[in-house]
Design a protein around this ligand. Sequence first.
Ligand code: GDP
Length: 435
Amino acid sequence: MLDNLGSNLKDALRKLAGKTVIDRAAVEELVKDLQRALLQADVNVKQVMQLSQTIKKRALDEQPPKGVTAREHVLRIVYEELVALVGQKVEVTLGKQIILMAGLQGSGKTTTTAKLARFFKRKGMRVAVICADTFRPGAYTQIKTLCDKVHVPCYGDPSEHDARKIVREGLAQLKEEVIIVDTQGRHALEDDLITEIIDLNEITKATHRWLVLDAALGQQAREQARRFHEAVSIDGVIITKMDGTAKGGGAMSAVAETGSGIVFIGQGETIEDLEWFDPNSYISRLLGMGDLKALAERVQESIDEQDIDVNAMLSGKFTLRDMYRQLEAVNKMGPLKQVLSMLPLGGMDLPTEALDVTASKMGKYRVIMDSMTATELDDPTVLNGSRIQRIAQGAGAQLEEVRELIKYYKMMKRTFKGLKGGEKGMQRLMKKFGK
Ligand code: GDP
């Protein structure tokens, strides 16, 4: 996630929320704050100027629809314009398809190929990968290892230098529904690299040509997107390493400007860290409006066997037992921080302690909770000094650790309670937005 951009945008909106009247001065101040935030994220000056002109004009000229306050109206305009800035949603179909992966070396192409294989597999498709990267030594082993992890067959021949031949043979052998072809990259765009990708596009008759770009390129993503687009008409861009740079906003808006939509974003090194990109959801989250749809999907995926009642959690009925199940599920859902970013926090910042619980600490907490009785898990208010001592002894833990766990539990309970109000308000607002 674009942490900096997100918190700057949220600050700007919070300032707006604190105003008694939304007049020209308030709109101008908001626009200035937005400009600063976007420029810091490396969004191109021209795009920032255009966006701020539009927001200002719309905010001052358009009348809020009935039942919508001036403040909500401005928030809606900001939301819509930011969605437009990052481009159109690219549909991903679950039919038979061949996907050709393009991109320079180091962009994250190989990792992303494996992430995509996992994505389609989890959607119930039969998937295979062809390694046509004959340039980089070790490319085949790298992709093969990753494919093995997700039980996806990988076709390749490390001793063959002709990528075209590998692809022809691979396609003749593989019968899977989704075939992802990982092509070679270079450090720079060279003519023979472009020729090869054009050839592979013809040989594979690819359904999709997806370009992998490193978010750290910022605005420079525009040039790469343009060159590859000219060669093979890119129909989806995957921006990787969104987790590691403040320049992601620049890369996203630059790509959108070339007319190629963003199809996925990568936000971590592990194979799960891939997100199907939806401009509406993404901007909602960036502005702290939450993304209940994505959260519901994520939760559904990992919770089926865990039996967690999210609604009960949000209604403040949160016991230690819930927390135990939550800790178990969190591993599957991904980092807590990412999961919580999908909740509609309405610009509220979560205490950092809530997010900084490491995996090893979670493990320890689970051991401690294993030493608790059913009564204690269901009603943590019974926990007194002697019970804490017994639990610590049983778990082989320090008294301090048990107290820390209880403190953590109380904080989580408060946080979830706090979310409830935010959620209602935001859901109402999203309804007005017609989402
Ligand atoms: P390729 O040369 O384009 O095939 O690039 P690789 O797939 O080998 O990736 C290059 C480096 O970027 C590796 O260290 C990956 O682990 C890392 N990487 C790829 N995608 C992401 C991402 O979304 N986030 C982070 N933090 N690292 C990534």
